[in-house]
Design a protein around this ligand. Structure first.
Ligand code: HMG
Ligand code: MG
Length: 300
């Protein structure tokens, strides 16, 4: 019989992964209100914005202001693709960085305009310096299971890329099912291997819920010993450079799953739904997650 972790950390990615793919331009005040409501719901780690090219992702062009005004509760992580991004992020007061790279070369080319190898070589000295300066570094590994351009990715290729970042000394690997093609068996297999090969760093699972297998994948990863998951309030988002990908597993739905099997997160489900409710009027699409729908029905 397997045993599940007793405590799980949910890393909220709604303000970054969630909003980056949103068509409407969301006012900065509204983004900050969303972030602060999520913090008040008990979120301690959050991707709050990204320092990427505003030409590539216009929604994230207010990252400097977000960092200037965000409440410094818990860990605020920002995404940085290159030296320019890290420099801007540090100037803006960020001290926890997420670097990101795709296992698939074609995806990486679409996302960062570089091959995977070029990205790794660009990031190596950057991560090295960040670790000398004692910053928290998370490596987001995209297309760990499947690429929207290249198809299924061999397990060994994902493990080999993860190892490069572990060898650089990152604190965390966030391993992503970018286009929602993972299944519980593949999730269990990859995460069990990651936990076995890299026992000394944080391992986080990042599932997009394109085919509604996100919760099943979370459960399978719990069985493999994973106790950290990236989730997005309202199930928002997706990567603009991964065609067909939808949002992450919704924080509120993941919370319900975890509560129902007595796994502690320290996060208040109703307060997450209230945070979603505040941002919902600004979005181009209705929010349809199970727990948010129930919350709306109850509050009528
Ligand atoms: P490029 O066009 O090759 O950049 O884009 P470049 O180095 O040739 O520079 C071109 C111009 O951009 C220059 O300005 C640079 O200064 C500027 P110009 O001289 O023309 O005025 N520039 C920047 N500006 C602001 N911030 C920067 C920056 N870097 C260069 N950091 C680049 C390369 C990486 C910049 C571009 O491809 C980019 O910004 N890509 C980001 C894509 C992105 O944000 N994707 C979504 C996040 S990843 C994701 O969602 C996946 C994840 O959730 C996990 C999963 O689900 O898979 C993490
Ligand atoms: Mg993502």
């Amino acid at each position: 019989m397997y045993s599940l972790p007793k405590n799980v950390t949910l890393i909220e990615v709604g303000p970054r992964d969630g909003l980056q793919n949103e068509k409407n331009s969301i006012p900065t005040d509204q983004k900050l209100a969303f972030i602060h409501s999520l913090q008040q719901a008990g979120i301690h780690e959050m991707e709050v914005t990204s320092f990427v090219s505003p030409k590539w992702v216009p929604q994230m062009s207010d990252s400097k202001e977000i960092m200037a005004r965000v409440s410094k509760q818990g860990r605020q992580i920002v995404l940085t693709p290159n030296a320019r991004g890290v420099e801007n992020a540090l100037k803006a007061g960020a001290d926890s960085m997420a670097v990101f790279v795709g296992v698939s070369d074609t995806f990486n080319q679409h996302n960062i305009n570089r091959s995977t190898t070029e990205s790794v070589e660009t990031l190596r000295p950057i991560v090295h310096q960040l670790k000398i300066d004692q910053r928290f570094v998370r490596a987001c590994i995209s297309t760990a299971f499947h690429c929207p351009y290249e198809g299924f990715i061999p397990l060994e290729q994902t493990l080999a890329l993860c190892k490069k970042f572990v060898d650089m000394g990152v604190d965390e690997l966030s391993v992503a099912d970018t286009d929602g093609m993972a299944n519980p068996l593949a999730s269990y297999t990859l995460f069990r291997e990651l936990k076995k090969q890299f026992p000394n760093i944080l391992i986080t699972a990042h599932f997009h819920d394109t085919r509604k297998l996100g919760l099943a994948n979370i459960y399978a990863s719990l069985q493999a010993g994973v106790d950290r998951f990236d989730t997005s309030a309202g199930g928002l988002g997706g990567c603009p450079f991964a065609p067909g990908a939808t949002g992450n597993v919704a924080t509120e739905d993941a919370l319900y799953l975890l509560q129902s099997i007595n796994v502690e997160t320290g996060i208040d489900l109703d307060k997450i739904c209230a945070a979603v409710d505040e941002v919902a009027p600004y979005l181009s699409r209705p929010i349809e997650t199970a727990m948010y729908n129930l919350y709306k029905r109850r509050s009528k």
